[in-house]
Design a protein around this ligand. Sequence first.
Ligand SMILES: Nc1ncnc2c1ncn2[C@@H]1O[C@H](COP(=O)(O)OP(=O)(O)OP(=O)(O)O)[C@@H](O)[C@H]1O
Length: 256
Amino acid sequence: MALLNIDSLIVRFGGLVAVDNFSMRVEKGEIHSLIGPNGAGKTTVFNAITRVVKIHSGTIVLDGVELTHVAPHQVISYGVARTFQNVVVFKYLTVLENFYVGYHHRIAGGLMKDLIVTKRRSLENYEMYREALNVADFLGLKSRLLSYAGSIPYFHQKLVEIGRALMAKPKILLLDEPAAGLNEAETNQLVSIVRRIRDEMGITVLLIEHDMRVVMDISDVVTVMDFGKKISEGKPEEVRKDPKVISAYLGEVNSA
Ligand SMILES: Nc1ncnc2c1ncn2[C@@H]1O[C@H](COP(=O)(O)OP(=O)(O)OP(=O)(O)O)[C@@H](O)[C@H]1O
């Protein structure tokens, strides 16, 4: 059974059908890329998985659990964590505190329990700290832990966002254009980090990416969208040769 199974998904914005009867499956342990020209509907698919847009019809099932009716703030406890197209970090919190935000759903109880320091809570805080250190070590951010997230270089802010997502211990990590704005050396580092997230942490990765070098290098499977529909799917080398994909991208170049 696939880890993520999207079936016949339709998302509309008024008269616009942004995602049009779209289905895809992501197998456990895969690095799977979702690509397509601008406006194809990729981010809307991510927004549907994380439940921040209204689904007109279709189903999204993660690890056997239907997400379609889950509230957006609960999606993380079902095993979905994401990063955003434009880096979203809490600029006036430290890197460590940003990481803590990602861990929060793993702590039992609500605000009152946050205020009352019980023995159990101290232990949870210790576990959270230890995990933050591990994540920082994994991402090469240990020396940045006490810096304000808004004060560190752009690439490191991107890693903070990834770190915050990893702190949630997701089953699947959704990365929206992780290589955007990075130089070549940073992109190479990012590719290696994404591989290690899968290989060392065992987390399945679904990413949206425009940098074809990254897509071809990193993906086990590539799904291609255009005008809300799936137009191709397969191994990177198969998709690259698909005339439907070539024509979708050439159309984009011609209309630019
Ligand atoms: N909240 C919204 N309200 C209205 N229309 C929207 C909304 N979000 C997306 N759209 C429209 O839905 C379509 C798909 O957009 P989406 O952002 O999913 O595409 P994309 O493939 O992620 O594009 P890009 O690669 O440029 O980020 C576009 O026509 C877009 O203008």
